[in-house]
Design a protein around this ligand. Structure first.
Ligand code: HQG
Length: 181
C-alpha cells in the first residue's frame, strides 16, 4: 500500500516543475505518458511496484483534483505556485465567477483589484460555496466577491481553466468586482 498523498506531491513536482529531470516530455497541453512516468517511479525503491491503478486511486482519494488521467496519459492541473508554467491556452470563462477573501483585504482589493501576490494567477471559484471554503482558510468570516468574468474577458484579461471548481486569471481590475449580495 503506497502513501497516496506523498505520491501526489511527488507527481505534482515532476509534472509541474521538473519533467526534464526524469527525462519526461510533456506535450503542449501538459500530458505525460503514464508508462514512461511509471517506469521512472518504479526505478526508485519507494515506488517500486507502482501501477496505473495506484495513480487512479491516488486521484480518487485526493480531496482536490490535482491530476487527471486520459487513457494512457496523465497531467497535473496547474496554477498553484509562481514557478508553474501554464501549458494550456486561454479559455473563455463563465459569465460570473467568485472570489473568497477576508475583511482585511477588501479595501486594497477595491483600490487595486485582485492581484496575483505569490501565485502566477488569481484564483477564482465557479461557485460561491467554493469561494467560501477558500476564504475560510484565512478567517472565520468570508467575504465573497462577484467577478464579471464575461466583461473582464471581453476587455482582454486572460482566463485559464484550473479544474472544475477553480478558474485562473490575470489580475482583475476593480471595475469588474462587486460584492455578492
Ligand atoms: C488577497 C488553495 C490585498 C486574496 C485554494 C487572497 C485556492 C489581495 C490573498 C487557492 C489583493 C492571496 C488560492 C489586493 C488579492 N490587496 N489582498 N489587491 N488581491 N488579495 O492563497 O485565492 O492550497 O494566494 O483575496 O483552493 O486565497 O494552493 O490565493 O486572500 O484555490 O492548493 O490575497 O489556494 O489551493 O492568497 O487561494 P492566495 P487564494 P492550494
Amino acid at each position: 500500500m503506497f502513501d497516496y498523498q506523498k505520491l501526489s506531491r511527488e507527481i505534482s513536482y515532476i509534472l509541474r516543475h521538473n519533467p526534464l529531470k526524469y527525462n519526461l516530455t510533456l506535450d503542449k497541453e501538459g500530458w505525460a505518458d503514464i508508462n514512461d512516468l511509471l517506469q521512472k517511479l518504479n526505478a526508485r525503491s519507494e515506488w517500486n511496484g507502482l501501477s496505473k491503478k495506484d495513480l487512479e486511486k491516488m486521484i480518487a482519494s485526493s480531496d482536490k483534483k490535482r491530476h487527471e488521467i486520459q487513457s494512457d496519459k496523465i497531467r497535473a492541473f496547474y496554477g498553484h505556485s509562481l514557478k508553474e508554467k501554464v501549458q494550456k491556452s486561454p479559455c473563455q470563462p463563465p459569465n460570473v465567477l467568485y472570489h473568497g477573501t477576508v475583511e482585511k483585504f477588501v479595501d486594497s482589493i477595491l483600490e487595486k483589484g485582485l492581484i496575483t501576490k505569490e501565485r502566477q494567477y488569481v484564483h477564482l471559484s465557479t461557485t460561491p460555496e467554493t469561494a467560501i471554503k477558500v476564504a475560510l482558510r484565512r478567517d472565520k468570516k468570508a467575504i465573497i466577491l462577484k467577478i464579471d468574468a464575461q466583461k473582464a474577458w471581453d476587455s482582454g484579461i486572460k482566463f485559464y481553466l484550473g479544474n472544475e471548481d477553480i478558474w485562473l486569471s490575470e489580475p482583475i481590475a476593480s471595475k469588474f468586482i462587486s460584492f455578492l449580495e
